[in-house]
Each structure stands twice: as C-alpha cells, then as structure tokens.
Design a protein around this ligand. Structure first.
Ligand SMILES: [Zn+2]
Ligand SMILES: [Zn+2]
Length: 347
C-alpha cells in the first residue's frame, strides 16, 4: 500500500510499504477513504519529536476490511471514524472514552511513532477497536466524519470545559481549525458575545462569516482589546487554541476575575511562565487538556448528524494522497489561504 512517510524535517514522501495486519484480536484493519493533515502533524514535520520513517496521520475514516475475533461493535464492511488517540482499549477509562487517562499502557496518537503507524495511507491497523472507533451514521458526511476523529472533539472539549453560560461574553484565542471548532462548539452554549482573536486576516474573516466579532492582536494586544470590549472587566470565559506561552498567558490576562480559561492548544513546554499571582488574585479556573476524542462522540455525532454543527468549512484544500509532499508544504507555509487539507487515498 501507499503511505505518507516522514523522512526528516520538512521532508515527507509517499512510499510503498507493507500492508498492515490486525494488531491483535481486539483490532481492525481499515481501508482509509479520507484523511486530513492536522496542525499537530506540523510539529513532526518541523522535526520536533520526529522519528524518521514514521507513517503520518491521525485523522482518518474508512471501511473495515478485517475484524479481530474479540471486536463487538463493528463488523467488516462497516464505515467507521477512528479516534486519533487510542489507549489500551480495555481499562475503565478507555472504555469510557478517555484514552488519555488510560490506566494501562498509556495513550498513543496514530502516526507519531513507529509502533502506531498513521492513517495518511491506504490502510491502517486500529487496536482496541471497540473503544476507538464508531460506525459513521447517516447524515454525517465524510468530511464531517474526518473532523470527528480529532479537531472537532478537541474544540468541543475546549468549549465544554469553559463554563460558558447563556448570555456570557467569551473570547476564543486562535482561529485555526481547532479554534474554529471551539468557536462553533461554544455557540452551542449561547454566549451573547464572542471575541475571536487571531493575527491572520483570512482566519479572522472566517470567524466573521460565522458571525462573531474579531480582534487582531497586532492592534494593541489581546488583553487590552478584550478589556476594552468588556468595559474593563474581561471575558467570562476564554478558550485558548494555540498552545504558545504568550497566548496562554493572554488568556489568563483577558479573563474576568472568577472566570474560566480553557486551553486546548498543544503546549509541550515543561517550564511554562505561568503568571501565578495574577491567576490567584483573580481567582480564575484554569483547565487544560488534549483530546479524549471518544468521550465527545455521544454529544457530537448527533449534533452533526442533525445539522446543529457544521464544522466542515474548515477544509479549504482537497488533494490526492500522492500529492502529500505538496500538501504539507502548502499547509506549513500557510499558502493560498489554507485552513485545513483533506487527502484522498485513492488519488
Ligand atoms: Zn489532529
Ligand atoms: Zn486503557
């Protein structure tokens, strides 16, 4: 089969590799029908945490072509979406949809190590399938299903952990694909005002099309503009979807006393310069997580299937898997107004 292989920093290629087999009796093999490139793939692409030879990709859907004897919830021929993060699949936490909290071997992300090859490929082996896949119901399009494998759940967790109440004023910092998914999820909680913050003009334009106010941090800083927009008080809740030290601290500075900051931007900083005194004296609630994707599906799949959530406009580019090197270059360079790239494994 063909798979997108990371050779080194800024170097990916499509290679012919061995077809995957079942990882064990609890696993399935999926013929990938659609897969996306994620902002977190760029961390690997930049050479951070890179393992040469890794097969990339953690956002994919497809048809089950092989099923282990212990798999109960899906059968060969079913079309499924796959959580980008998996745990052991057997412990209490994994079975409840929280693979990041796995009590056994710990969690893993597809396409980040040689042990768990990714889904930017024609086929992918999925371990612990009962805990990590769902059948795609009628009413959910392929593009929506791909978004349910990572970024919509991530954005939804950011919103659902932000204590948003009807009528609130909230800020969303970072309007990349995850930020847009967080913004759309936040609207489910009926905030009266959403202040959407990003330095990139076409990302702000996307948020404006959804119908929210935008802030360019270059116009005097995020905190100053959020305070100005809220009469000096700060936002009731701030969702952060970037993961940089500065933007996380902007969130802490921009939230009102007693408000909630909910971070879903990926930070790998072990020594974050947390403004402890400000957080303490303001009495804020600070939450941070990465995607426990299956935990969100009971909420998100019906919301998408019934037309209450439309995240699919984050896809701006659709390319064949064979063009993966170009796709990574365009996505990394933020060329051509790119938000998110979908890859077709048949092309
Ligand atoms: Zn992702
Ligand atoms: Zn587990």
């Amino acid at each position: 089969m063909r798979a997108v292989v990371l050779n080194g920093a800024h170097d990916v290629s499509v290679e012919t590799v061995d077809d995957p087999g079942l990882s064990g009796p609890d696993g399935i093999v999926v013929q990938v029908e659609s897969t996306a490139i994620c902002g977190s793939d760029l961390h690997l692409y930049h050479g951070d945490m890179a393992e040469p030879g890794v097969h990339l990709g953690h956002e994919f859907i497809g048809s089950v072509v092989e099923t282990g004897a212990d798999v109960d919830t899906v059968s060969t021929g079913d079309r499924v979406l796959v959580s980008g993060v998996v745990g052991c699949g057997a412990c209490r936490e994994c079975r409840s949809g929280w693979p990041m909290r796995c009590l056994n071997a710990g969690s893993a992300v597809f396409g980040t190590s040689l042990e768990l090859p990714g889904g930017q490929a024609e086929f992918a082996a999925v371990p612990g399938a009962d805990a990590s896949v769902r059948r795609i119901p009628d009413g959910v399009t392929d593009e929506q299903a791909v978004l349910l494998t990572d970024i919509l759940p991530t954005g939804f967790l950011g919103a659902s952990r932000a204590d948003i109440t009807p009528g609130a004023t909230i800020a969303v910092i970072g309007l990349g694909p995850v930020g847009i998914c967080a913004l759309r999820s936040a609207l489910l909680y009926s905030p009266a005002r959403v202040l959407a913050v990003d330095p990139v003009a076409h990302r702000r334009a996307h948020a404006e099309r959804i119908g929210v106010e935008t802030i360019d941090p270059a116009d005097g800083g995020t905190m100053a503009q959020v305070l100005e927009a809220t009469g000096g008080r700060g936002a009731d809740a701030v969702i952060e979807a970037v993961g940089h030290d500065e933007t996380i601290n902007d969130a802490i500075m921009s939230v009102k006393p007693g408000g909630t900051v909910s971070v879903v931007g990926v930070s790998t900083n072990l020594a974050h310069p947390f403004p402890m005194a400000i957080a303490m004296f303001k009495g804020i609630t600070f939450r941070i997580c990465v995607a426990d994707i299956p935990s969100t599906w009971d909420s998100l799949i019906p919301l998408v299937a019934n037309g209450r959530l439309h995240p699919e406009d984050v896809f701006t580019h659709r390319m064949g898997l064979s063009s993966a090197a170009d796709a990574y270059r365009v996505f990394d360079g933020r060329e051509d107004g790119v938000m998110k790239v979908l890859l077709d494994p048949t092309a």
